[in-house]
Design a protein around this ligand. Sequence first.
Ligand SMILES: [Zn+2]
Length: 566
Amino acid sequence: MNFRRNILVVLAGLITLASAAPALTASTRPRLVLQITVDGLRGDIPSRYYGRLGENGFRYLWEKGTVYSDAHHAHANTETIVGHTTLATGAQPAVHGMIGNVWFDRTENRTMYNIEDDRYRLLTAGAGVDKDTEIDSTQKAAESDGRSPAAIMVTTFGDELAINTAGRAKVFAVSIKDRGAVSMAGHGGKAFWFSKASGEFVTSNYYYDTYPVWVKEWNARKLAAAYSGKSWDLLHDKGTYLFGNADDKSWETDLAGYGRTFPHQFGEAGGKYFTTLLTISPSGDALTLDFAKELITNEQLGADDVPDFLGISFSSTDYIAHIFGPSSLESEDNLLRLDETLAELFAYVDEKVGLNNTLIVLSADHGGPEVPGYLNEFGIDAGYATPESWDKAPAFMALKKKFGIDKELISGYNHPYVYLNHEVILKHGLDLQQVEGAVAEELLKFEGIAQAVASSDLREGKVPDTPLNQAILNNFNPNRSGDIYVVFEPHWFINDFDGLTVAATHGSPWRYDTFVPIAFGGMQIPAQHIQRRVLTVDIASTLSAFLGIKPPSGAAGKVLEEVLKR
Ligand SMILES: [Zn+2]
């Protein structure tokens, strides 16, 4: 054997491999990862209206992609920041730290909003939360307009993509809700969200020192104000809707003259609730889509072989379900319009990047409950809980007497946690664990409460290994969780927020709140429906495996192998 010839053969082989490798990478790696979150889209909703959907929206994913029809969040507090951060990081809230939309910070001695950060400020002065008109009570907890992802304790998929590509991957997220965008953008990406105060998409100086020119130009078009004097009307003839004869229901919220029936008038631009009403209509999603399209073009997402990431969180479905309920004519019409919004997004991405070069995943940050009044029509028990009355209830007056306490014992309830008055407990030389246990025991006797778990029991591993307790444990972060986790009975929840009464509120560990769609599409992913129970933490692990990068630092999920078999 000629040594020299052997070398040549080996070299020739290496050259073949070298020339084949980049082509292989380019054809199997997406140019764009598009993570769509539909805020509050329960897992059954797309199939409920399936016969009415167009071919290119939901049905593009449902018929050409891989759909998991039994997907759930595994944590107990199914709120927006909790779910979004779980989708972004693949970690449980116990690990990513976003255990609720708000939590009581004992060192600061106040309730914190999840992404508030007074080290940063909004780039637009006066575009922060207007506490007079804000209907999202969690937003009102923030003491500063600054926003950042600092409280998220692990990396997101977008972060890992940036790390893997030496920062060449562009990572962006956009949503009506600040927490919908900040969570998906992670630490290394850039987030834009809608300011109801200014009617513009804004960001903070965590992300930018000044706005990119295209953002200034988009805001200068004043698309929100263009809805002045307009209304939300039905897309189709009323008689064609499942809820066509159920528009006017007593449990629907009539917010600031918006009314319980179609058409819903936005009023004049500049009106007190004008921009708020836009977000409680499909127009909020339409604005989000328009901004996202502009972002894709101007930031040149998917334009080269380095994969980019875009997170889009559509908020309208959630707001509309809160105000009118998920089984309402409003929610039905919104779903049909969301289907059109998705079709427009997919068509745009196809034109700019190509759907064969784009990996799409769609899911939701939580599902949602039916309205008690609607369930009562079917003989199902349902009702509204009132935690503010607990401390004054006879059972707690008796308990306080037993402990020799003459002040309030329950200092607050920030869903889903009861916070005890540690100062009083300390002053009376009481054992916190013992008091937590006694309070939990009393709470269990209240109407509408299914479970009350003391945090000291969670810390010491003293709770029985049941599915419900596992979900509570997945939500337990020792530094942020309160003293007692309260689970209301199925279909019981709080609906009064600083005087604003809403039709329905999610946030429970019950199946209607944990159940979400998970659908992958684009990139010639196989068309299949998988019935196996999967979890939302699986998404980040699957995206990471698809791209061959390491999973986010707290990722707890399994790779959904069906997506990778191409
Ligand atoms: Zn939400």
